[in-house]
Design a protein around this ligand. Structure first.
Ligand SMILES: Cc1cc2nc3c(=O)[nH]c(=O)nc-3n(C[C@H](O)[C@H](O)[C@H](O)COP(=O)(O)OP(=O)(O)OC[C@H]3O[C@@H](n4cnc5c(N)ncnc54)[C@H](O)[C@@H]3O)c2cc1C
Length: 340
């Protein structure tokens, strides 16, 4: 048995029956012929473990992705195209990108985890999504050992969604991802009309700057995130726990009449996106704690493990939140985090 505590940012102390760490593509390809792999009932792929919650021991094989590597594929006047090994740390890529004055992923600063997992749930923050920068994703089909490449379109990206999270979940091991980044010139138009970015720019005295750089934008966002989110290196968490529910305008208008304090953002002619954190706050669970399993007191969308929360306590907490929100608003909160 192998403790998984160190392999996920939630740091729940559960055990996996088998664990293999892979450092290159060939090792992934050879897994198909590995007796341990063949005899395992279930397989889970883990990168940084920052979007996974284990609530119980895992009777199967955990594959840890540590595939490193970066290669410049192409450079033009306007863009660079770079290939990354799937185990590269995503935040390091963002930092190198802004240090070199490239635009395209600066708003995704401070998201933990690997580049290989970034397309899985199409990570996004502050008005940016990785799908806007993914050229292609390559990996190994774990049922056949076959190497396959998915173009951006074939990845079937959606809001926190992709083909890798659905039909290919845990049977396609992503080994590399290619990103396109943009060289900054006078046409650079930073995405700052989102969340508290403009307010923070004001606080930092950056509001007067005529042409912000991607690095300045990323520093501003990093500061906002640090003020709202727990430091995952110190407190167990997987960031936002639930997806923001999408509902029709009609349902929203009815709910808003009944609950004027409800927060919604119009996303299309038909739909409104609710804030899941707002819903949790409105049922009075912000800061709620059962032992070390808790709703973070600074941000109700974030669930935390203050040290020794058990999988059972986390499961009960999730159930309590979903039940209370459903009872009050008739809305089912869907976890964004992968629960096992
Ligand atoms: C403090 C904090 C803040 C966060 N903020 C954000 C945010 O702003 N926006 C956002 O979108 N997310 C956010 N997240 C969630 C998380 O960081 C992202 O989903 C990240 O991409 C997960 O990367 P990982 O390597 O840790 O993936 P893991 O947690 O290891 O895995 C996530 C999923 O991807 C699969 N997977 C992982 N690697 C591979 C691979 N190589 N091939 C195939 N499947 C794979 C896993 O099986 C699992 O289903 C946050 C998390 C934390 C802890």
């Amino acid at each position: 048995m192998h403790s998984l505590k160190q392999y996920t940012t939630f740091a729940i102390d559960v055990q996996a029956k088998e664990l293999i760490t892979v450092t290159n593509e060939q090792q992934v390809q050879e897994l198909v012929h590995n007796p341990l792999f063949q005899s395992s009932k279930n397989t889970i792929i883990i990168g940084g473990g920052s979007n996974i919650l284990f609530t119980q021991d895992f009777d199967g094989l955990v594959l840890i992705n540590k595939i490193a590597g970066k290669n410049l594929i192409k450079e033009t006047d306007k863009h660079i195209i770079v290939k990354f090994g799937a185990g590269e740390i995503f935040n390091d890529i963002v930092e190198r990108s802004v240090d070199n004055n490239y635009a395209g992923i600066e708003n995704l600063i401070s998201i933990p985890g690997t580049i290989g997992a970034a397309p899985v749930q199409n990570i996004g923050a502050y008005g940016m999504e990785i799908s806007d920068r993914i050229v292609q994703v390559t990996g190994i089909d774990l049922t056949t050992g076959e190497k396959r490449t998915y173009t951006n379109e074939q990845c079937e990206f959606g809001y926190r969604d992709s083909i890798f999270k659905n039909s290919l979940k845990n049977n396609f091991f992503i080994t590399e991802a290619i990103l396109q980044l943009t060289k900054v010139d006078s046409s650079y138009n930073p995405k700052i009309h989102y969340g508290d970015i403009e307010t923070m720019l004001l606080v930092q005295g950056r509001d007067g700057i005529k042409q912000l750089t991607p690095k300045q934008v990323s520093q501003t966002i990093a500061e906002i995130r640090a003020s709202k989110l727990p430091d995952w290196k110190k407190i167990g968490t997987a960031g936002s726990f639930f997806q923001n529910p999408l509902i029709s305008k009609d349902i929203y208008n009815n709910l808003k009449t009944e609950h004027p304090e409800l927060i919604g953002h119009i996303v299309s002619q038909e739909n409104v996106k609710l804030s899941a954190g707002n819903l949790i706050e409105l049922v009075g669970l912000k800061g709620y704690r059962d032992g070390d399993a808790a709703v973070y007191d600074k941000h109700a969308l974030v669930l935390v493990n203050y040290g020794s929360a058990t999988g059972e306590q986390m499961k009960n907490l999730i159930h309590l939140i979903q039940t209370k929100v459903y009872d009050k608003f008739h809305i089912h909160l869907q976890p964004e985090v992968n629960i096992y």
